[in-house]
Design a protein around this ligand. Structure first.
Ligand code: NAP
Length: 248
């Protein structure tokens, strides 16, 4: 495997399972030092122990991305441990689906807190190190529903659409410091998150997808790896759909 990320560190939020874990494994294979920030301590620590036993350099930090102080402390400790913070993948996300009619203010707020404020917190905590280095890659987990909307997801769609806007804003603000900021908009990806979608809806979605299948976590990990690599050095402010052609 090509060593795209030798001497690079990558913080991956929500890396204890799903897309985040596939992304962590892809970056490790390509030479990165990987730092997982997740509330799922058991899964995250077990993964890090496994990767360390295989000779990889990695660290698990229990970070609730909603907690700004915790992100500041974790960023400082990771920088202290490895000397650089090069890549931030804002992947942690949750769903609390319901039509607007039935959505409680708590359902609304919990998704905004993780999917939008969490990304603000992590980026604000890591940005100063990247600016100081004069190099950084920030990648945000959007979603195709942040582009075209979705029934029953006012909270999630608002957060993902907000992320797409923040991506463009940060691309403008951070570009002069050598930091690129991009988003990836996955379609329907085969992880625990989609187990909450009724089977009939999933089947219909696959029928509407030109490639006639759900994506795998690896498809998204590959997009992150490209956007974090030197090959993508002149790409900033974009939202890359990885959805089998579902939205175009
Ligand atoms: P997932 O399997 O549910 O994994 C998300 C991870 O984030 C879990 O380990 C979760 O911990 C962690 N997490 C949740 N809240 C957190 C917090 N406040 N602080 C730190 N970590 C937190 O999700 P996924 O399917 O891999 O999706 C990853 C990202 O891609 C999300 O942003 C999602 O919105 C986006 N996405 C996914 C799809 C899809 O089809 N799967 C499509 C479009 C976009 P727990 O295990 O404790 O909950």
């Amino acid at each position: 495997m090509r060593q795209r990320f030798t001497n690079k560190t990558a913080i991956i939020t929500g890396g204890s399972r799903g897309i985040g874990m596939a992304t962590a494994e892809t970056f490790l294979e390509q030479g990165a030092t990987v730092i997982i920030w997740d509330v799922n301590e058991e899964g995250g620590q077990a993964a890090v122990d496994r990767w360390k036993a295989a000779g990889q350099t990695c660290l698990f930090q229990r970070v609730d991305t909603r907690d700004y102080e915790a992100t500041l402390e974790a960023a400082a400790a990771a920088h202290q441990a490895f000397g650089r913070l090069d890549i931030l993948i804002n992947n942690a996300g949750i769903t609390r689906d319901s039509s607007l009619k039935n959505m409680s203010p708590e359902q609304w707020q919990s998704v905004i807190d993780v999917n939008l404020t969490g990304v603000f917190n992590c980026t604000k905590a890591v940005y100063p190190y990247m600016a100081e280095q004069g190099f950084g890659r920030i990648l945000n987990a959007a979603s195709i529903v942040g582009i075209y909307g979705n029934f029953g997801q006012s909270n999630y769609v608002a957060a993902k659409a907000g992320l797409i806007g923040m991506t463009k804003t940060w691309a403008r603000e951070f570009g002069p410091k050598g930091i690129t900021v991009n988003a990836v908009a996955p379609g329907f990806i085969n992880t625990e998150m989609v187990t909450t979608i009724p089977e009939e809806n999933l089947k219909a979605m696959i029928q509407h997808t030109p490639l006639r299948k759900m994506g795998e976590a690896q498809d998204i990990a590959n997009a992150y790896a490209f956007l974090a690599s030197d090959e993508a050095a002149f790409i900033t402010g974009i939202t890359l759909s990885v959805d089998g052609g579902l939205v175009m």
